[in-house]
Design a protein around this ligand. Structure first.
Ligand code: PEP
Ligand code: MG
Length: 576
């Protein structure tokens, strides 16, 4: 039994077999062959082409059913590569001439093709490189007798172990048989971790050398509450964790008993508890957990795992669905927040030294009004179907807010000219997640209908701690006095301007900070749906006065750790 320590990224406990996925490294040795083996090698090559073809057609069928015909057509280009006579004949003629194994010959021909294509100044051909690479790898895998690991092919529940998972990998796990995941790198608020919460599966990230220490099919316990991974647990540990799983289920049941009750303090202050979502099909879970609306609909996942850009109609249909389903509750749609750790293949974004400080979110949208306006038009069109609000991410100062609003006005004008109905008074908010915005919240409040505090970014920017880097994760302190002062400043500025202020960063769903945030005057909390019952339960256990006193005392402490310990102790007192 080995215990590995990492960062608790999504709560819960899972026990099951490991399933390792990693950067694929196919080792291809050069092996001379005899004259009489040439036909066998040619046959192996032909069979590999047939198997690859079958594999792609199956994948195409599945994608067609799950995601639609257009997505499935991407694979037509892959099938064309398989039929390329020039490539096939070159492999066979070199095999006969050089008399070495076909895998070696094929990988050489593949490399030559890729080199040639890379040098041609033609965007279309450049894009084909990815197709050739992808198909080439599939063929090589068959030549070497290696199975391609695909999350879509899973037959039993597994725990995925990987060096890293991109948000699009995690998005692909959606609805698959993944019961938990473990990664070598990453932080608590990396988007991969956030996705795990929305999938309601436990995750531990930043486990150094997890992929080295864990062997395929090892039995694992993933403790997403403590950030622990146990390899090959003994009987006693399995029993303890089995009991812990049961205990947690019991607690969850206690919280669920208040899920439909209002989130009101004993002395009658009512708070709005909202849910964060990434996909429209999370709406049933949002309702099930008793959310009073959606406080953050992250729309960038729309753009993932596809090669083209979503059309205005697709945006519209998704927003309309969520608006109608959640009616009369409100839904806050956040406009595209790409960049940082969310890279999208459709956009040619140059790689940057500091992606979180670079061309992301509203900065990208203001530079690409075509993409931005298309989304704004879709939100506006959907606004007649429910109670929609919109908000901009990463606002750093008033000019950006004004510029974004000008583009919104243009979008409105275009719809007006076409006679398309929309809610002209749709509330427009600013996310406050950059320290400059937090410090100038009074100025921003004059031009915003509401604020939503994005603590995931606000913490990383104010403490200068990369949110996805496990090496500095110990410095990522939500309760750092600097962060608390910024939050207080934002809430006070909003209230002075008579606008509401919510929080949609992960901090809003941390039970131990609930009382302090309530006491600071936060009006709305938005969090992953499954934590909502617990937060409601906590809020219903105190008076607003008690919470204000807790906030007051917390603000006088000197370190993040002190605040954390203090808040934790207060929560335990209240829940006793
Ligand atoms: C945040 O920064 O707190 C936030 C909610 O946005 P995201 O996590 O998507 O950057
Ligand atoms: Mg953010």
């Amino acid at each position: 039994m080995i215990e590995l320590k990492g960062i608790a990224a999504a709560s819960g406990i899972s026990i099951g077999p490991a399933y390792k996925i990693g950067k694929e490294e196919l080792v291809i040795e050069r092996e001379p062959i005899k004259e009489q083996d040439i036909p066998i090698q040619i046959q192996l090559f032909e069979e590999s082409l047939i198997k690859t073809r079958r594999e792609i057609i199956e994948l195409q069928k599945r994608i067609g059913l799950e995601m639609g015909q257009e997505e499935a057509e991407i694979f037509d280009a892959h099938l064309l590569v398989l039929e390329d006579r020039m490539l096939i004949e070159e492999v066979i003629s070199r095999l006969k001439k050089e008399k070495v194994n076909v895998a070696y010959i094929f990988s050489g021909v593949l490399k030559k093709y890729i080199d040639v294509f890379s040098k041609i100044e033609d965007e279309y051909l450049k894009e084909r490189i990815a197709d050739i690479n992808d198909v080439g790898k599939r063929i090589l895998r068959h030549l070497l007798g290696k199975e391609k690991k695909s999350l879509g092919d899973l037959k039993e529940k597994v725990i995925v172990v990987a060096h890293d998972l991109s948000p699009s990998d995690t998005a692909a796990m959606h609805k698959q048989l993944v019961s938990a995941f473990v990664t070598d790198i990453g932080g608590k608020t990396s988007h991969t971790a956030i996705m795990a919460k929305s999938l309601e599966i436990p995750a531990v990230v930043g486990v150094e050398e997890a992929t080295v220490k864990i062997k395929p099919s090892d039995l694992l316990i993933v403790d997403g509450n403590k950030g622990i991974v146990i390899i090959d647990p003994d009987e006693k540990t399995l029993q303890i964790y089995g009991q812990e799983e049961e205990r947690l289920k019991g607690i969850a049941q206690r919280f669920l008993s208040v899920k439909d009750a209002p989130a009101a303090t004993i002395d009658g202050r009512t708070i709005d508890i909202y849910a964060n979502i990434e996909f429209p099909d999370e709406v049933p879970s949002v309702k099930l957990h008793g959310a009073m609306g959606i406080g953050l609909y992250r729309t960038e996942f729309f753009y993932m795992n596809r090669k083209d850009l979503p059309l205005e109609e697709e945006h519209y249909q998704a927003y309309k669905y969520v608006a109608e389903e959640m009616k009369p509750y409100s839904v806050i749609i956040r406009t595209l927040d790409l960049g940082g750790d969310k890279f999208l293949s459709q956009f040619e974004i140059p790689s940057e030294m500091q992606p979180f400080l670079g061309w992301r979110a509203i900065r990208f949208c203001l530079a690409r009004p075509d993409i931005f306006k298309l989304q704004l038009r879709a939100i506006l069109r959907a606004s007649v179907h429910g109670n929609l609000k919109l908000m901009y991410p990463m606002i750093s100062g008033i000019e950006e807010l004004e510029q974004a609003n000008r583009i919104l006005e243009e979008a409105k004008e275009e719809l007006r000219n076409k006679g398309i109905p929309f809610n002209n008074d749709i509330p427009v908010g600013a996310m406050i997640e950059v320290p400059s915005a937090a410090m100038t919240a009074d100025i921003l409040a004059k031009q915003a209908d509401f604020f939503s505090i994005g603590t995931n970014d606000l913490i990383q920017y104010s403490l200068a701690v990369d949110r996805v880097n496990e090496k500095v994760a110990y410095l990522y302190e939500p309760a750092h006095p600097a962060v608390l002062r910024l939050i207080k400043n934002i809430i006070d500025a909003a209230h002075n301007a008579h606008i509401k202020v919510g929080m949609c960063g992960e901090m809003a769903g941390e039970p131990s900070f609930a009382l302090m945030l309530l006491g600071l005057g936060l009006d709305e909390f938005s969090m992953p749906p499954q934590v909502i019952p617990e937060l409601k339960y906590i809020i219903r256990c105190v008076t607003f006065k008690q919470a204000q006193e807790i906030a007051h005392q917390a603000l006088m402490l000197s370190t993040g750790r002190e605040v954390e310990e203090f808040s934790h102790a207060k929560l335990n007192e209240v829940l006793k």
